[in-house]
Each structure stands twice: as structure tokens, then as C-alpha cells.
Design a protein around this ligand. Structure first.
Ligand SMILES: [Zn+2]
Length: 366
């Protein structure tokens, strides 16, 4: 089913004009891109990654040392994803295209594909946020239900307990299945996308080989194959849980809206982004630093071409404009409260849809 012709957002209103003019005013005297802070942060994250990899592959000699290095490598990898590849692939890292491409290519280095990410994330997710069969980020079915219209299976009643483990497996699924499925089918979610050809395809394949080389071939010179495989799953497991949970806290929480499949989108695009996205822990500097501003996702969705170092100040401007226009700005005060909201959201969708309930059954299991 190709929905590309079916989602038409309502015409823009004064909300969009007000947001744009306030943000334009903010950037009248400063660049939208990064300053020295993001280059320093990038150097720290890449060094953290390099040291962790060195420790894991060349130094660790006990399980405990390996575990510590794998957790460290997983956290460093997620940090690179949040801070370097995400801004780079949005073109917000620098005013220079080659710098953005270099930053974006960390996605390829880490086993993904910047080409496919731009199609999936920048075009599909950022345009059709939380819309079933268009936004792949809410598609985890049949393993779980992140959209109210997803078909229900009995084992979903435990999804708020087991999905956290499924998150740990998502990087391996991306490395060895999802990217290749997209190339094979030419589709992201239900939408067709232009498959890479020529140099773009050669580039994608070459990077996949580079990833296999550093993640598997080199470690296999120093360790047994099963040890390499086990630590691959440990490292990517840490990375997967951190990446998935952070992205879920923006769109799969109680505060935001989840349009039904086929439901006519009544809102203008800007309002739709605000209704389907939430922020959290905006006052927590450590969270903001490590997450590359992805605790400010409403701000990011409205202005994805702005470097994340500006999000804390932009967020306050956007919240004020929303208040003036009577639009609810959705936010959670802390990381913990956002995680609890995601848990409650998963638990809500773990209950059978009311229409499917047998008569006289009270599914008050939770
Ligand atoms: Zn984004």
C-alpha cells in the first residue's frame, strides 16, 4: 500500500509563521550550525569509541574486562549516533556539505547506511511522524505494538516487560537484515524510495565491508569466533537499548498522539509534529550533552536543519509561541518520568483492543 498520495496535511496557519519568524530572529546574529563545542564533543566521543574498541579487542583478558569495554563501546557508539551522524545526515552539523557528509558517514562506519538512514529518517519519519505504514520508527510488529492499529497477539500482553530486550537486538537486525531488505524491496515502510545506484551503491557495499572488517574480521585474529559473536551482541545490545529508548521517549509515550491508519490528518504539518512528539529532561545538562539534544525532539522535528547545540534555547521560544497559539507543548520533567511514560504506553497497548475482547471479560490484568 503506497500512502504517499494519501497524507495531506492541513494548510499552514499563523502558528507556522510565528514559529519561523521567532526562530529567524534568534538566528539573526548567530549561525544555525555548530560552533567549537560540537567539534570538541565529536573528538571526545570518537576517542571514547577508539579507546573502548582497543580495550575490548586488544587488552581485555577476562570476562569482566571485556564486559566493561563492551558496555563502554556500546555507549560511545550510541553517543556518536546521537551527536555526530544525526546532525551530519540532517545537514545541520556544518554549513559545509563535505563536513556534514563526513559526520554523516559515521553511520556507515558503525554498520548502518547513511543513504538509507536519510530516506528512512529524514524523509519518512520526519514527514509522517507516528503515522502507521509511513513511519518505520513505530513498526516493530509482530514483536510488539507501538501503534494502536497494530494487530494484537496474546503474547503482546507482556510487551512492556520484554520489548526492552528486543530493543537490544535491533542493531543486529539493522546490520544484517533491515538494510538489505530495503535494498531488495525498494521500500521503506510501505513507501517506495529511490534505490542507490552506481557510486552510491558501491559506497554502501564498501562501508558494509569496512564494518565487517573492524567488527568481526580483526577481532577474530585475536579471539575465538564465538567470543567475538558474544561481545558483538553485548556491545550492540547496549547500543540498541540506549538508542531505541531515547527515540521512543519522543514518540511512543502517553503524552503524544498516535493517528489511526487511514485517519485523515486534520492538522497542519507543524501542529502534527508538536502533537506527535514530546521532549524530556530539558534542564538536565548531562542528558542534553550525551543525547545530542534528542531530549528536545519537538524542537528538532520543527527545525531539523539547526545544530542541536541551539535546542535548549529554541525549545523555550517554541514553547512560548505554542502557548500563545493555544497549542499543547508536550514535555516530561526528567529522564525517569519519560521512561515511565514509555512503559505505561507499552502497557496500554499490551491490553487487547476493546473490540476484540470476549464478552464479560475484564482484562484488568495490570
Ligand atoms: Zn532527526
Amino acid at each position: 500500500m503506497d500512502l504517499s498520495q494519501t497524507h495531506h496535511f492541513a494548510p499552514a496557519t499563523s502558528l507556522k509563521t510565528a514559529l519561523e519568524s521567532r526562530v529567524e530572529r534568534f538566528f539573526a546574529l548567530r549561525s544555525r550550525h555548530a560552533d567549537a563545542r560540537i567539534y570538541i564533543k565529536s573528538a571526545i566521543l570518537l576517542a571514547w569509541f577508539g579507546v573502548s574498541y582497543y580495550a575490548l579487542v586488544f587488552r581485555a583478558s577476562t570476562f569482566g574486562e571485556g564486559l566493561a569495554a563492551a558496555v563502554s563501546l556500546g555507549l560511545a557508539t550510541a553517543g556518536i549516533g546521537f551527536n555526530i551522524q544525526h546532525d551530519g545526515n540532517h545537514g545541520s552539523f556544518s554549513k559545509h556539505r563535505w563536513v556534514n557528509r563526513l559526520a554523516g558517514s559515521t553511520m556507515d562506519l558503525l554498520g548502518g547506511s547513511s543513504y538509507l538512514w536519510i530516506q528512512k529518517h529524514n524523509l519518512a519519519h520526519h514527514t509522517y511522524t507516528n503515522i502507521p505504514q509511513s513511519d518505520e520508527d513505530i513498526e516493530i510488529h509482530p514483536l510488539g505494538r507501538l501503534a494502536p492499529d497494530d494487530p494484537y497477539y496474546a503474547f503482546h500482553r507482556y510487551q512492556h516487560l520484554y520489548l526492552w530486550l528486543i530493543y537490544a537486538l535491533l542493531p543486529a537486525q539493522l546490520h544484517f537484515y533491515n538494510d538489505f531488505r530495503k535494498l531488495w524491496t525498494g521500500k521503506i515502510s510501505s513507501r517506495k524510495f529511490p534505490r542507490p545506484r552506481g557510486m552510491a551503491l558501491a559506497n554502501l557495499v564498501a562501508w558494509k565491508l569496512v564494518f565487517v572488517a573492524w567488527a568481526f574480521v580483526i577481532p577474530c585474529f585475536y579471539h575465538r569466533v564465538w567470543v567475538v559473536a558474544a561481545f558483538y551482541f553485548l556491545t550492540t545490545g547496549v547500543m540498541g537499548v540506549v538508542l531505541s529508548v531515547v527515540f521512543q521517549l519522543a514518540h511512543s509515550v502517553e503524552e503524544v498522539e498516535h493517528p489511526s491508519l487511514g485517519e485523515e490528518i486534520q492538522s497542519e504539518w507543524v501542529r502534527h509534529q508538536i502533537q506527535t512528539t514530546a521532549e524530556f529532561a530539558r534542564a538536565n545538562r548531562l542528558v542534553t550533552w550525551y543525547l545530542g539534544g534528542l531530549n528536545f525532539q519537538t524542537t528538532h522535528h520543527l527545525f531539523p536543519k539547526v545544530c542541536h547545540i541551539h535546542y535548549p534555547r529554541l525549545s523555550r521560544i517554541i514553547e512560548k509561541v505554542c502557548r500563545q497559539h493555544g497549542v499543547e507543548y508536550r514535555t516530561q520533567p526528567s529522564l525517569g518520568s519519560a521512561i515511565r511514560s514509555h512503559y505505561r504506553f507499552l502497557r496500554r497497548l499490551a491490553a487487547p483492543p476493546t473490540a476484540n475482547l470476549p464478552a464479560a471479560t475484564d482484562e484488568a490484568v495490570f
